[in-house]
Design a protein. Structure first.
Length: 334
């Protein structure tokens, strides 16, 4: 039975979220020992001071570590190097955690023997813009972390999970997070864990909520980076991580080719018209389903419909550019 937990989290200018992180950690129902390491990437908004003060106020065992390289991987690795727990639970400042989050992670890890366990990811928003993004992310049409297994109620083996709770053995056998990656560190690490003989288990009882970006520009930049670094990971391991992740790239490629071809081809114009119309219909249908499921007003539908192409086009373009960058680098090295 696991009795000591290490919590690790990266942080950069998260002043608006550190109090909720502390509140959620203080409310955990896990009765064993918890040590917390947070890697700060040079925050300029007072996040470290706010976090330290809030943690001290509720008696949390929290240590802040400097992360001069600023990226998530280096911060997490610096934290992991200090961990003494039997289970290392990775958290994110932008997320909220149920009171039984850690105890559910412990139960799943103990009962399955998996090297990494994780659970459901529910995007939530405060402003209308964040709520619209959350509605799109919660949909099968737009959700990067959406999983069909969430509604099943059963534990299942998975290729990757949101955040994760790791046995130290996972890092001993598979290595730490790749410090060459700015994004997609989790997918890449989970791939190495599975190749090293470890299992990854998704447990819907492990529940987290995530506050997404509230601007289309910020969302576009985030998903462009996701797509770009996904290509880097796939090229490095010479493996497609999931066929679903290639769909946005295919969409971008088809739209580009048809747009160029439509200049002199009525047939191309007709095809691109059908494709755009089908996409708009899908965005509308999935948007309606997502809003009804979340009990959101239908007035948010135009915003949700706008979010879908931002997600897909940004991710797809990033994937294409990332693939081109990798190909160019390889050709130069030969």
């Amino acid at each position: 039975m696991t009795r000591r937990i290490s919590v690790v989290a990266p942080m950069l200018n998260e002043a608006a979220y550190v109090q909720s992180l502390v509140d959620d950690l203080a409310a955990q129902d896990f009765r064993g020992e918890i040590e917390i390491f947070v890697a700060d990437g040079g925050s300029t908004d007072g996040s470290p001071e706010l976090l330290a003060r809030a943690a001290a106020g509720v008696g949390l065992d929290l240590t802040i570590i400097e992360n001069p390289r600023r990226i998530v991987s280096t911060g997490l690795n610096a934290c992991i190097a200090r961990c003494t727990g039997e289970l290392i639970v990775r958290l994110d400042c932008h997320s909220r955690y149920a009171a039984d989050y850690i105890s559910c992670c412990v139960r799943a890890a103990d009962e399955t023997g998996a090297w990494n366990v994780g659970g459901t990811y529910e995007p939530v928003g405060r402003t209308k813009a964040e709520r619209a993004v959350a509605g799109a992310l919660a949909s099968a049409f737009g959700g990067v972390n959406w999983t069909r297994d969430a509604a099943g109620g059963e534990r299942v083996e998975a290729d990757t999970v949101y955040l994760g709770a790791f046995r130290p053995l996972a890092f001993e056998r598979a290595g730490l997070y790749s410090e060459e990656l700015v994004r997609n560190q989790d997918d890449e690490l989970n791939l190495r864990i599975r190749r090293s003989g470890g299992r990854i288990v998704f447990d819907p009882a492990i529940r987290a909520q995530y506050v997404p970006r509230g601007t289309l520009r910020g969302l576009a930049r985030q998903y462009y980076e996701y797509g770009f670094w996904k290509s880097v990971v796939m090229a490095h391991h010479r493996q497609v991580l999931s066929g679903r992740s290639l769909v946005p790239a295919a969409f971008v490629a088809s739209i580009t080719v048809l747009a160029v071809g439509s200049v002199g081809s009525p047939a191309a114009r007709a095809v691109i018209g059908v494709e755009v119309a089908a996409y708009a219909a899908a965005a509308t249908g999935f948007g309606l389903v997502a809003l009804r499921a979340r009990r959101e007003p239908l007035g948010l539908l135009p915003r949700v419909i706008t979010v879908f192409p931002v997600l897909h086009l940004s991710y797809g373009l990033g994937t294409v550019v990332g693939a081109a960058a990798v190909t160019l680098r390889v050709s130069r090295e030969r």
